[in-house]
Design a protein around this ligand. Structure first.
Ligand code: APR
Length: 237
């Protein structure tokens, strides 16, 4: 596969749009690919409000394990390339579906987390949000008010935070380079972002070893791994 190098300074507004495949080479399992989480666990039992209400401890155990596993993983060179471009370029934005915090751990600062963060907890009755960053294990499972805390992430049937999607929409509408990495393109509204970027006139690039549901939206497609393709696409190190 031949990868044509891009100069980030040829583009004034760059968006890196990432999914679980971005973290796969760090060792974080994807959701739907080979070894994907939703092949092993039924999301109906672990990733929806109904499951949490019927058995909060079981759901929290599952998400706590995801945190413990994520902490064992480290950002890879692909994350570092994105962070390095951001450091030197006036307008680079990461819009991620990932909740694992891997972009921030590699130094990216402009990160929109569409699906929330595994490192924040929200009171299930008051709605207050707090960081829980220190360990894999949760520091508290219950709020001071006595209600269960739930991970501040988007579960199946949850609505995305409208302030977060409004920010993402605004950024994508200005993008002139949109690079999608490691997403199957089946979960909405994120699945609509490549189309949105295309309508904005951005050069749209897909990096994914497999075809995605949105592959038709891209001008350039690289069927390869995130770290390898990013390493060839941007000669930043
Ligand atoms: N590099 C790039 N892409 C990869 C790599 C890799 N090394 N390995 C796997 N992929 C690709 C797969 O081919 C697949 O298309 O990553 C994609 C992962 O797809 P999903 O598991 O569906 O992940 P994602 O698109 O991020 O899922 C969206 O679904 O349940 C949820 O909320 C969860 O945010 C998640 C959302």
């Amino acid at each position: 596969m031949e990868v044509e190098t891009l100069n980030p300074y040829d583009y004034s507004h760059i968006v890196f749009f990432t999914g679980a495949g971005m973290s796969a080479e760090s060792g974080v399992p994807t959701y739907r690919g080979r070894g994907g989480i939703w092949h092993k666990y039924k999301w109906e039992e672990y990733a929806c409000q109904e499951a949490f209400e019927s058995d909060p401890e079981k759901v929290l155990d599952f998400h706590e394990l995801r945190r413990i596993e994520a902490l064992k993983c480290k950002p890879h060179v692909g994350h570092e390339i994105i962070a390095e471009i951001e450091k030197n370029h006036p307008d680079v934005q990461v819009i991620t579906q990932n909740i694992d915090g891997m972009h921030q751990r590699s130094g990216s600062k402009n990160v929109i987390e569409l699906h929330g963060s595994a490192w924040r907890m929200r009171c299930s009755s008051e709605g207050t949000v707090r960081e829980d960053l220190k360990n894999g294990t949760y520091s508290n499972r219950k709020c001071e008010c006595g209600s269960w805390l739930r991970p501040d992430i988007i579960w199946f049937s949850d609505y995305l935070d409208p302030a977060v999607t409004a920010k993402a929409d605004k950024i994508i509408s200005k993008a002139n380079l949109f690079i999608s990495i490691g997403t199957s393109g089946v979960v909405w509204p994120a699945a609509g972002y490549p189309q949105m970027a295309r309508s904005a006139g951005a050069l749209c690039v897909e990096i994914n070893p497999e075809p995605s549901e949105q592959s038709d939206m891209y001008d350039i497609i690289y069927r390869g791994k995130a770290s390898e393709v990013l390493g060839e696409l941007f000669q930043v190190f």
